[in-house]
Design a protein around this ligand. Structure first.
Ligand SMILES: [Zn+2]
Ligand SMILES: [Zn+2]
Length: 332
């Protein structure tokens, strides 16, 4: 997108942007978004900074739903904020004389807007049907117009930051999930967990899994830990299918990381191989492993089997969050 003499190829930027917004990025979206943030931050008032402000605006919903790295979202918020301040201060270049254009979320159209602002000469040159008298390029490049887009982008990204990266409070569920003696009522937890049935996330089940993850991080009794980890893993295993909020998945993962995986280093307490834990087995197994349940079969409740499952989900959620190389899918 940038040539040896530091010139930006806006046609290339437009293609990269559109492919990302369609959900089939040609390149690495994090790299593209990081570059957009850097260009905007380093000079929002320049032509390149203004073109990239339009690109940042166009990217806001993609960022909300697809970016799992809060630091990148913070960079984009900061860039949008800076663009808003600088462009607002610069103001409209022709108040009352030009009308600010209407833009929408069409990927190709927004790529075209970015190219038009960034390098109008080239933009005209690439299509002979474009007549400079008919195309009000300066209204698109107007700081007053782009200040509005920057403000909209900043607001959308701030909301996305709160919604996607801050797991909601679940303290009110103590009343529902703790017995009078302060033990976890695993049956109550699993009843809520089992509300998760299809790929879209069930909010009640998600709250139960968040509560269980926090319990693992806090006051879980030793006998509860297996069932709690299985409860968390039931939702964690569906994070990609349901596009779960990264903040929620990060908390699942932290909870699972407290699980004792030392059984992986010990042999199984049974002679034959044990089967893998499948998604559909999880609720029953979580209930069976609760402290007051009847003892389970050696193979079914094998500590090594359960530790291997927890390990797999820790890796899987790490892959979802982009924090480690991990298999992209866990087979159901
Ligand atoms: Zn204007
Ligand atoms: Zn085993």
């Amino acid at each position: 997108m940038v040539s040896d003499d530091d010139a930006i190829d806006y046609a290339d930027v437009a293609r990269e942007l559109a492919s990302m917004l369609h959900g089939y990025p040609n390149g690495d979206p994090y790299e593209l978004l990081g570059w957009i943030a850097a260009e905007v931050r380093s000079g929002p008032g320049t032509r390149a900074g203004r073109a990239m402000t339009a690109a940042l605006w166009a990217s806001r919903w993609y960022v909300k739903w697809q970016v799992t790295d809060p630091a990148l979202v913070d960079d984009l918020i900061e860039a949008a904020g800076r663009a808003g301040t600088v462009l607002e201060a610069a103001g409209c270049t022709a108040p009352g004389e030009h009308e600010h254009p209407q833009v929408d979320d069409d990927p190709e159209a927004m790529g075209d807007v970015v190219a038009r602002i960034g390098d109008p000469e080239k933009w005209f040159a690439t299509d002979p049907d474009r007549d400079p008298d008919d195309e009000d390029v300066e209204a698109y490049a107007c700081p007053g117009f782009l200040a509005e887009l920057a403000a909209e982008a900043e607001e959308a990204l701030r909301d996305a930051r709160a919604e996607r990266f801050e797991a909601r409070d679940t303290a009110h569920l103590d009343e529902h999930f703790l017995t009078g003696e302060g033990r976890t009522d695993l049956d109550a937890v699993m009843t809520d967990i089992e509300l998760q049935k299809y790929s879209s996330i069930d909010p009640t089940a998600e709250s139960a899994a968040l509560w269980a993850a926090r319990r693992l991080l806090g006051d879980a009794r030793p006998g509860e830990r297996v069932s709690l980890a299985l409860a968390v893993s039931y939702l964690a295993q569906r994070c990609a299918g349901g596009a779960a909020a990264p903040g929620v998945v990060a908390l699942y993962r932290e909870g699972l990381q407290t699980f004792d995986l030392s059984a992986l280093d010990r042999p199984c307490p049974h002679p034959e191989a044990h089967p893998r834990i499948k998604l559909r087995d999880l609720p029953r197994l979580a209930r069976a492993m609760a402290p007051d349940s009847a003892p389970v079969d050696d193979r079914e409740g094998c500590p090594r089997r359960i530790a291997a499952h927890v390990r797999e989900i820790i890796d899987y959620t790490g892959g979802y969050l982009g924090v480690e190389d991990a298999p992209a899918e866990v087979s159901a």
